[in-house]
Design a protein around this ligand. Structure first.
Ligand SMILES: CC(C)(COP(=O)(O)OP(=O)(O)OC[C@H]1O[C@@H](n2cnc3c(N)ncnc32)[C@H](O)[C@@H]1OP(=O)(O)O)[C@@H](O)C(=O)NCCC(=O)NCCS
Length: 174
């Protein structure tokens, strides 16, 4: 039996992605069309974890601007002309498949994607107290200004905007 592995997400994966999202993020629900748009805009950043012939997780990332948070359940419409970060919209893995380094492998993949796109920073909004985990992966929380704070509010009290600088370090997350 093959090890869990990440591959690019296809439109046919959307029901599985939606089911995992609904289970992992019951209070942060998004329409499938909104998730599908991210897959169309950044196919290389949107991946699914395949384990035992089932979809066991997903990761959705796309180029964006630092200190800006795309609206939850809102369409991006288009990507910025001059993106300065790769924004990790979400990574979610079913509980049974966690702990084997799969999220780390996803981050390593998008780190490579960022570098090959000339982008030197990863960004995300940490939710559900995952900040220590992202710090473990080299992200640091940014003190939000009023505008960022207002946008973070819909992600819950523990939400933190975090950045990871890829410049100056060739060491991949492994
Ligand atoms: C976040 C999530 C994808 C991580 O998946 P995972 O399979 O546990 O991740 P990995 O095994 O790749 O790596 C986790 C690493 O973080 C570390 N870690 C886990 N919890 C940690 C914590 N609270 N503090 C510090 N490090 C932590 C682990 O030790 C591991 O480190 P290692 O690779 O050096 O051994 C998974 O927990 C999940 O789906 N959660 C629900 C959805 C969610 O909250 N997503 C994040 C939205 S911002």
């Amino acid at each position: 039996m093959s090890k869990p592995h990440w591959r690019c997400a296809h439109a046919t994966d959307l029901p599985a992605i939606g089911a995992i999202a609904a289970r992992m993020h019951p209070d942060l629900t998004e329409r499938l069309d909104v998730l599908a748009e991210k897959m169309l805009l950044c196919p290389d950043g949107c991946r699914v974890l395949v384990a035992k012939n089932e979809i066991a997780g997903y990761g959705l990332s796309h180029p964006w601007m630092q200190h800006q948070i795309p609206p939850l359940d809102g369409f991006l419409e288009t990507l910025p002309d001059k993106s300065d970060c790769l924004y990790v919209h979400d990574v979610a893995v079913l509980p049974h498949f966690r702990g084997g380094g799969v999220a780390r492998a996803y981050v390593a993949t998008i780190q490579g994607l960022a570098r090959s796109s000339g982008i030197a920073t990863l960004a995300l909004v940490s939710v559900y107290g995952t900040r220590p985990l992202w710090e473990h992966f080299g992200f640091h929380a940014v003190t939000p200004d009023a505008e960022l704070r207002a946008k973070l509010a819909c992600y819950g009290e523990s939400a933190a905007y975090m950045l990871r600088d890829l410049a100056g370090s060739q060491r991949p997350v492994r």
